[in-house]
Write a protein that binds this ligand. Sequence first.
Ligand code: NI
Length: 258
Amino acid sequence: MLVDSHCHIDFPDFAEGAEPVLANMRTAGVGHALCVSVDLERFPNVQALAEAYPNVFASVGVHPDHQDCEEPTVERLVELARHPKVVAIGETGLDYYRLPREAVDWQRERFRTHIRAARKTRKPLIIHTRSAADDTLAIMREEDAGGVGGVMHCFTESWGVARQALDLGFYISFSGIVTFKSAADLREVARQVPLDRLLVETDSPYLAPIPYRGKRNEPAYVRHVADLIADLRGLPVKTIDEATTENFFRLFSTASRS
Ligand code: NI
C-alpha cells in the first residue's frame, strides 16, 4: 500500500466529491492521503474530509503564494492543530517565482510563524520552496526547523539543496514532475535520496504524472510516481511502497494507520 503524502482533494476540481476519489485510491493500492491546507478560509473543508474518512489526514497552514487571506498567527495555527486528525503544519515556505522578490518580506514572516507553530505543537512541517531555496534553508536554520522536522514537498531542487534539507532531518517528497521527460536532473536526485527519507505525493489536482500529464491529477496516480522511482533505483515496487509508507507514518507520527 502507498500513501499520497500531499494532495488537495478539498479543491473545487473534485466537484464529484471524495467518494469516487477514495474508490480510485483503493483500486490503485493507495491506502492513505494527506490533504494539505492552503489557507484558513478553506481549512474547515480540509478538516471535514479528515473527519469523514479515517484514511484521510489534514494539515493546517497558509500557502506562501496566497495573498488577501487571513494571516495566520502562531496562536491560531496552534489552536487549529489541536484537532487529532491534523498531523502537520503547512503548507508553508517561500515562493519567489510568482511574486517580485522585494514584495516577499511578509512571506518570510509567515514562514517563521509556521515554524514556530510547528515547534510548539511538535507537529512536522510541510515545506514548499520555489526559486527561493537559499532563503528557505536559511530560515529553516534560523528558526530551528530541524527541531521538529518535516518534508520538502514536491521537490524540484538540486542534490545540494536536498542534502542540506536531509542534514536538517527533513524528508524529501517527489511528485509527478519526476516522471516528466525534461526532469532528468530531478530523477538523479530521486535516485540518491536515502530510502528511509523518501516520500511520494501527487500535489493533486496539479502535476499529473505521465501518462496523465495535463489532466486533472488525483491521489490514485501516486502509483505512477512510486513505479518510476522503483524503476530508477532498480528496486521492486513493493520496496518503494513499504519504505515510503513507513516513512510517512514515522514522520507524521500522530497519523493512525487504521
Ligand atoms: Ni500543495
